[in-house]
Design a binder for this molecule. Structure first.
Ligand code: PLP
Length: 433
C-alpha cells in the first residue's frame, strides 16, 4: 500500500482500484515456489475448464471490429463482434499502416540492437518524436517501449525522496508500481475530488514548503471512461506551485482536435504529458512530451528509457503511419464518438444507466446479477466484451467495459444492443420487454 502522508484527512477505505495483486484475494501457501505456483494454477485451470472465465480467448486473425476467435467453450473458430479493444481508431489492420511497416522493415530491418542513448536512435525515431511533440503542442518528446515503462520512467527520473506525488485513486497499475519503485512521498485523492485535492495540496505545502509536487491524473480513466477536469486541476496546481502530469493513454487519438488528447480537448497545458501506442495506435510503446529541458532530462534519468532497448522500427513506422492516417482520415475520430453515442443511446433504450465521456462505456452490473453468467451468455451470442469484477473494481461497481472502435458499423452496434437486451433480460440486468 502506498504510504499515507496526511493524518488530518478522513479515514476511508483504500479503493485504489489497480493497487492490488491476486495474492490479496487468493491465499497462496508460503512454503515454496512450486506449491505457490501450483495452487494458483489449479485454481485458475479449474475456473477456466468450468467456463467461468473467458480470459485469453485466442484470436485467429487481425484485431478488427470483427474478430475470428477460437471459442474456448466449443473449440470452434467463429466470428465475433469486438467490443473490448483499445484499437479505438481501427488502425491495427489499416492497409496504409501495414504497407508503411513493410517498407520500414525493408529499409531499417526489425530492430535497433541497443538502447536509444547509444545505438538505438534512428531517423525514424527522431521523426516520430518530432511528430508527437507537434501533435501535443510540446517542445519535445521521448519514446519508451511501453506505456507502463513510461510511467515508471518519468516518476523515477523526476522525484526526490522529499518530493510528493499526489494522485487520483483510480490511477493505472503502472502508476502504483512507479510509486513502489520511487523513493518519494505520495498521497492519493478520491477520484476527481477537487475539494480533497485542494485540501491535500494545502496540507502538503504547509508541511513541506520546498517540496516539488506533481499532481498525477489520467486524461480518460480506463475503467470508467470519464475525464479528469483538467482546467480546474491546472488552476489548483498553479495556486500551489505543483506540476500537472496527465496519463493520456486512453485520450490520445480519441479526445481533442486531431486526436491530440485530453489536454488539447480542454485547451489546458500540462508539464508532463504521457501517452501510449497500445490504444489508438494499435501497437505497443509509450511516450512523454513536455519542454525541451524536461525531455533532455528524461533521456538521461528515466531508467526504463535509458537502460532498455529502443522501440523496433516496425513499431515506430506503425505509429508514424497512424499519425498520417489520423491527419488524413479525421472521420475515424468523429465516427468513434458517433459510435459511442449510438451504443449508449441503445443501452439507455433498454433502461440501462450509462455514463461516459470518451470511447469507453462502463455498463455497471448490480451485484445481484451474475456477471460471469452474463458475460458467458453474451460471448455465446457472439459479442466479445470484457467483464471487470472485484478486485479490479469494487464489487458493487462490477461491469462490462465496452470499448468502441471507429470501424464498428451500424449492424455491429445494432446486434450488440440486441444481444445485451436479450441476455440482459435472461439474467435480470434488463427488465421489461
Ligand atoms: C491509463 C493507462 N496508463 C498506462 C497504461 C500502460 O500502457 P501500455 O499498455 O502501453 O503499457 C495503460 C494500459 O492499460 C493505461 O490504461
Amino acid at each position: 500500500m502506498t504510504p499515507m502522508m496526511s493524518a488530518s484527512l478522513p479515514a476511508r477505505p483504500a479503493s485504489h482500484a489497480e493497487n492490488f495483486s491476486l495474492r490479496d484475494f487468493l491465499p497462496l501457501p508460503d512454503q515454496g515456489f512450486a506449491e505457490q505456483v501450483e495452487t494458483f494454477s489449479r485454481h485458475y485451470r479449474a475456473a477456466a475448464e468450468a467456463g467461468a472465465t473467458l480470459y485469453m480467448r485466442e484470436i485467429q486473425g487481425p484485431a478488427d471490429a470483427e474478430v475470428r476467435v477460437l471459442d474456448p467453450l466449443t473449440g470452434q473458430v467463429r466470428p465475433m463482434i469486438m467490443l473490448g479493444s483499445n484499437n479505438y481508431l481501427g488502425l491495427t489492420n489499416h492497409p496504409r499502416v501495414k504497407e508503411a511497416v513493410k517498407a520500414a522493415i525493408d529499409e531499417f530491418g526489425v530492430g535497433c540492437g541497443g538502447p536509444p542513448l547509444l545505438n538505438g536512435t534512428s531517423r525514424l525515431h527522431r521523426e516520430l518524436e518530432s511528430r508527437l511533440a507537434a501533435l501535443k503542442g510540446a517542445e519535445d518528446c521521448v519514446l519508451f517501449t511501453s506505456g507502463f515503462l513510461t510511467n515508471l520512467g518519468w516518476m523515477g527520473a523526476l522525484m526526490r525522496p522529499q518530493d510528493v506525488v499526489i494522485y487520483d485513486e483510480l490511477s493505472h497499475a503502472s502508476l502504483f508500481d512507479a510509486l513502489k519503485l520511487t523513493r518519494c512521498r505520495s498521497q492519493f485523492f478520491r477520484h476527481n475530488d477537487l475539494a480533497e485535492l485542494a485540501q491535500i495540496l494545502t496540507a502538503t505545502r504547509t508541511r513541506a514548503p520546498k517540496a516539488n509536487i506533481v499532481v498525477s491524473v489520467e486524461g480518460v480513466y480506463s475503467m470508467d471512461g470519464d475525464l479528469a477536469p483538467l482546467p480546474a486541476l491546472r488552476a489548483l496546481c498553479d495556486q500551489h506551485g505543483a506540476w500537472l502530469m496527465v496519463d493520456d493513454a486512453h485520450g490520445t487519438g480519441v479526445m481533442g482536435a486531431g486526436g491530440a488528447g485530453t489536454s488539447a480537448h480542454f485547451h489546458t497545458p500540462v508539464e508532463v504529458n504521457m501517452g501510449t501506442f497500445s490504444k489508438s495506435f494499435g501497437t505497443v510503446g509509450g511516450f512523454l512530451t513536455g519542454s525541451r529541458a524536461l525531455i533532455d532530462y528524461m533521456r538521461f534519468f528515466a531508467r526504463s528509457h535509458m537502460f532498455s532497448a529502443a522501440l523496433p522500427h516496425p513499431v515506430v513506422a506503425t505509429v508514424l503511419a497512424g499519425l498520417d492516417v489520423m491527419a488524413d482520415e479525421p472521420w475515424r475520430q468523429e465516427k468513434l464518438h458517433a459510435n459511442a453515442d449510438r451504443l449508449a443511446a441503445g443501452l439507455r433504450g433498454l433502461g440501462l444507466d450509462v455514463n461516459y465521456e470518451s470511447a469507453i462505456i462502463p455498463l455497471i452490473v448490480p451485484v445481484a446479477v451474475d456477471l460471469r453468467l452474463l458475460t458467458r451468455r453474451i460471448h455465446e451470442e457472439g459479442l466479445f466484451v470484457n467483464a471487470i469484477e472485484a478486485p479490479a473494481v469494487p464489487a458493487d461497481r462490477q461491469r462490462l467495459r465496452l470499448s468502441l472502435m471507429a470501424t464498428h458499423t451500424e449492424a455491429h452496434l445494432a446486434r450488440a444492443i440486441e444481444v445485451i437486451g436479450a441476455v440482459g433480460r435472461e439474467v435480470g440486468l434488463v427488465s421489461g420487454p
